[in-house]
Design a protein around this ligand. Structure first.
Ligand code: SF4
Length: 199
């Protein structure tokens, strides 16, 4: 697999916020969101068994980049981790639907659709182990108040998260995301790793 890094830390955002996990960050993405450095980061090749050997603890978050670009290797890794009884989480931009058989082995898929991309909302919204995380902000790929006010009411509220775009410790925009989540009666996600300057 082409990957950027494997590390053990705490999930800082979304439904598993505050829970420890091994993060497997895969390389490459099919989108080019402004401000994202994923394609500039050095990466290496590691076999699926070697990735498995580097995993600590019960929970694994497979992230990117866009993990579904390596669907075959991803499927092998998920099967291996599932057989080991790991709690598998995945983070994706939603542009490549994950086959049902693979999705069934995943405890929680967090789909963070980017504005203007083809993110297959009907497919994801119907899955009980899928949470949708929308990033509110001014960048062209972020969501606006108006768009989320139109989109969110038709979705399962307990599986929708609103988070501010923020890479600085003060997380400007967090209050607006909080207020919008409250108004729409959905979940607010912070970015604890950014606030606490942790990886
Ligand atoms: S989808 Fe995620 S990884 Fe891909 S370019 Fe956008 S922010 Fe970066």
């Amino acid at each position: 697999m082409r990957l950027i890094e494997i590390f053990y830390s705490m999930q800082g955002e979304g439904p598993a916020m505050g829970r420890p996990a091994t993060f497997v960050r895969l390389a490459g993405c099919n989108l080019r969101c402004q401000g994202c450095d994923t394609d500039e980061r050095p990466c290496r090749e590691l076999s699926v068994p070697d990735v498995r050997e580097s995993i600590q603890g019960k929970r694994v978050v497979i992230t990117g980049g866009e993990p579904t670009l390596q669907m075959e290797e991803l499927s092998q890794l998920i099967s291996l981790l599932h057989d080991l009884g790991k709690e598998i989480h995945i983070e994706t931009n939603g542009t490549n639907p994950i086959p049902e058989e693979m999705l069934d082995k995943i405890h929680c898929a967090v789909v963070s659709p980017k504005r203007g991309s083809d993110f297959h909302l009907d497919f994801w919204a119907g899955k009980k182990n899928v949470h949708l995380k929308f990033v509110l902000g001014k960048a062209p790929w972020c969501w606006t108040f108006e768009l989320l006010e139109q989109l969110v009411p038709a979705l399962a509220k307990e599986r929708v998260w609103i988070m501010a775009y923020g890479t600085d410790q003060d997380m400007q925009g967090a209050r607006e995301a909080w207020d919008l989540a409250l108004r729409l009666d959905v979940n607010y996600s912070d970015r604890l790793h950014i606030r606490l300057k942790r990886r």
